[in-house]
Design a protein around this ligand. Structure first.
Ligand code: NAP
Length: 276
């Protein structure tokens, strides 16, 4: 598994596992637990969750699935913007830790920007770090102007920006991604297969077929192609996890990259960062 280097110097796998929409259906629970465990065994040890997912139920599921291998994981969770204040972040973090059945998060993210001033969130994140509740912190869904404001507010320790990025969401290549590269802050790409919608695209299917790969593998390999992007697909079955894992070993030739470039051209100009 290829690694991505965080600003702290720590490395994490370039392919992790998302958990949004997990723990929402009782009949899928066993499959989801098996999928997460299989992914970790295959090296996808970075797990992304959030207090929002299933109203905490996704964190409980992650704890149940992976509590026994906690020390092998790089565990990421996220706080609602309204909880990212001096007064509320500590309680939100404690609740996430309890649901996950752990004593620390490896990375804690502000899920998106709300009305709490960024300098206050930075202060609250740094306090959690000093207390040993989180090892690192970062943000999600912040565009360039917000990122610049974060840095100016003392947020120089921001470890990642988790954003919507895939073949059909390329606008951040204009400004946000180059800005993050310059700052040495990795992109964590969410919805890397566009929640499954990308997988029926005929051109993607054709390119995948020509490589003896699947559309999901090509889409994921494309997202991770630069070496400094972490992709976090969500897969609810062992079969999908195994398929996705192989994407980390798939290299796209110049020819295939050119074909994808033609089929999924980036928008002509800058656009505000989209989110799901
Ligand atoms: P995604 O990973 O792009 O897509 C998930 C969907 O794709 C699921 O329906 C899954 O089906 C399907 N899938 C996965 N692998 C597949 C494969 N090999 N073949 C066919 N179908 C496959 O979308 P996402 O869940 O929105 O994003 C990933 C993670 O990013 C989330 O789970 C969450 O952790 C994070 N996220 C963060 C934010 C944010 O605001 N920060 C927003 C959205 C997502 P099965 O379940 O049946 O396998």
């Amino acid at each position: 598994m290829r690694n991505v280097r965080l600003p702290s110097g720590e490395t994490v796998p370039s392919l992790g596992q998302g958990t949004w929409m997990m723990a929402e259906r009782a009949d899928r629970r066993d499959h989801e637990i098996a999928a997460l465990r299989a992914g970790v065994e295959l090296g996808m040890t970075l797990i992304d969750t959030a207090e929002m997912y299933g109203d905490g139920a996704a964190e409980v599921l992650v704890g149940e699935a992976l509590g026994a291998v906690r020390d092998e994981l790089f565990l990421v969770s996220k706080a609602y913007p309204q909880n990212a204040s001096r007064h509320r972040l500590q309680a939100a973090c404690e609740a996430s830790l309890q649901r996950l059945g752990t004593d620390r998060l490896d990375l804690y993210l502000l899920h998106w920007r709300g009305s709490v001033p960024l300098h206050e969130t930075v202060e609250a994140m740094n306090a959690l770090k000093s207390d040993g509740k989180i090892r690192q912190w970062g943000v999600s869904n912040l565009d360039v102007d917000d990122m610049q404001e974060l840095i100016d507010a003392g947020g120089g320790e921001c470890a990642v920006n988790q954003i919507l990025y895939n073949l059909t969401r390329r606008a951040p290549e204009h400004d946000l991604i180059p800005w993050l590269v310059e700052q040495g802050i990795p992109v964590m790409a969410y919805s890397p297969v566009e929640q499954g919608r990308l997988l029926d695209d005929p051109t993607l299917r054709q390119i995948a077929e020509s490589m003896g790969a699947t559309p999901a593998q090509v889409a994921l390999a494309w997202t991770m192609r630069s070496g400094d992007v972490i992709a976090i697909p969500k897969a609810g079955t062992v079969e999908h996890v195994r398929e996705n894992r192989q994407a980390a070993d798939l290299r796209l030739s110049e020819e295939k990259l050119a074909a994808l470039e033609q089929a999924f051209a980036r928008p002509l100009g800058r656009r505000p960062l989209e989110m799901l």
